[in-house]
Structure formats: structure tokens, C-alpha cells
Design a protein around this ligand. Sequence first.
Ligand code: GRF
Length: 190
Amino acid sequence: MTKQPIGVFISGRGTNLQSIINASKNENFPCEVKIVFSDNHSAKGIDLAKENGIDTFSLEIKDFINKGEFEEQILKLIKPYDLRLICLAGYMKILSSEFIEHYPNKILNIHPSLLPKYKGLNTHKRVLENNDDITGCTVHYVNHELDGGEIIVQKNVKVDATDSVTTLADKVLKQENMIYPEAIKMVLRK
Ligand code: GRF
């Protein structure tokens, strides 16, 4: 099977990146990570990508006149890879509509809540404040509305009375790492 080229955008640690790389080592997984982009030169995920022989590059927005110029440069750098998908995995910048239009229905994101609940940041804190029994994670398409695109896969996680933001984040992250490769597979097999 010919594996389709995908890119992963990160800003930090890269556990979701790692789970996608691991999955792609299976010959039946439909794609291969060809490029990892980070908006943070010191993201740990960059080392991880390099260790796996994946091309990497990083650009920081502070080195550009504006976000438009920053994104133009990213588009230029990824163009030769002819990416079938871009997977945002802890990428902390919001992509502009102009950027998204270059990759229609080809950008996915993972979010640590059961969307449409808790869009944006600090999801686990808000779950605890509201005494929710169940939280979880979501892989969705990226559109012009923050965390608002069509949902591809979700996974529930039970909230225990003893949970803190840290323990909840750990539990949810484990499930994130499971569902991201699953969602990619579903999208590419459509
Ligand atoms: C994850 O919780 C993801 O849902 C959120 O940022 C975190 C990234 O973690 N958007 P990692 O860098 O993949 O380990």
C-alpha cells in the first residue's frame, strides 16, 4: 500500500505526534508523517520527529511582520510535500481562514474535551468547576470557527471525585493518543 503524506503541526511535547508516528509504522496504516512543523523552536516534539527521520522545521511568529507573513512562509515550506492531511497536535496558534482554504477538509485537530463543550483553553479546570461526571477528547475537522468543525471521533473519560486538573489531563491524554490515529485512519479510508 502506498502511504499518503501527512504533516503534523505542534507547539510542545508531542505525545500525540508520537502516537501518530507509532501507528504509521504499521504497514496497514494509510499514511506516513513526512513533515513536522512547530511554531516554537524548542518544542520537544521536534527532537522526537528528528529521531524518527522526519523532516522538521520551526518558525516563530515573533520573527515575522504579521501572522499573514508567518503563515505564507509555512505554506511555502509545506507545499512540496503535497500533504493529504495536516494534523494539529497541540499546535497553539489559530490558523487563519486564508490558511485553511489552502487545505479544505484536510486539517484535523485534537481537543481535550467532549466538543461542543469547552471550546478553547483550560478545559479540565472548567470540567472540574462544573462537577461534570464525564469528560473526554475529540478529533475534529478544522474550519473557521475555533474548535467548531465537524466531529470525527470522540472518547469519554470518567471524572473521579479525587481528580485534579493534572490527573484528569493525564487520563484524557491517554485517550487522545489512542483516538488520533483512529480518526486519521477513518478520514483517509473514506
Ligand atoms: C493535548 O492535550 C491536545 O489535546 C491539546 O494540547 C495537548 C498537546 O499534547 N490541544 P501533546 O503535545 O500532543 O503531548
